[in-house]
Design a protein around this ligand. Structure first.
Ligand code: GTP
Ligand code: MG
Length: 151
């Protein structure tokens, strides 16, 4: 079992999509182990998106992610990082299949509703969880349906 970091971005929050997005992960069988509704400051934004600091869209990206609140979450489950990324879709909503979160809720690359840790970047999940959450903000608990979710 594995933990991954997920964040409903300011566009998703403003558009009232938090509940629908949480429902998708709950229904999949993933377990919520941490959540906070916050407005990201400049430092946290620059840390979180550090890998993109040399890209032409970096300043716009930081401005966007700090503009309004986000819903930051940690979800746990079997192969969670990869499974969540497949539920999220491609970076560009226009290339994301219907049924994926970006494919169902987005149209534009710079307004793609949700962030999730990159499964192709080893350690990205742990790094992002550490950046947003203290250890005592993560809750260990059992879902009653776990024996029916896993063989
Ligand atoms: P995140 O889950 O947000 O990290 O998205 P991602 O992993 O699918 O994409 P990536 O990490 O490559 O890019 C981070 C974010 O930068 C994306 O989610 C987009 O919002 C934005 N972004 C990426 N590429 C471009 C681009 O070419 N132009 C613009 N305007 N934004 C981009
Ligand atoms: Mg990324």
């Amino acid at each position: 079992t594995e933990r991954t970091f997920v964040m409903v971005k300011p566009d998703g929050v403003q558009r009232g999509l938090i509940g629908k997005i949480i429902s998708r992960f709950e229904e999949r069988g993933l377990k919520l182990v941490g959540a906070k509704f916050i407005q990201i400051d400049q430092d946290l934004a620059e840390d979180h998106y550090g890998e993109h600091e040399d890209k032409p869209f970096f300043d716009d990206l930081v401005e966007f992610i700090t503009a309004d609140p986000v819903m930051a979450m940690v979800w746990e489950g079997q192969d969670a990082t990869r499974q969540v990324r497949s539920m999220v879709g491609e970076t560009d909503p226009a290339e994301s299949p219907p049924g994926s979160i970006r494919g169902d809720f987005g149209l534009d690359l710079g307004r793609n509703v949700i962030h999730a840790s990159d499964h192709e970047d080893p350690g990205a999940n742990e790094r992002e969880i550490d950046l947003f959450f203290d250890e005592d903000e993560l809750v260990e608990w059992e879902r009653v349906d776990e024996t029916w979710l896993y063989e």
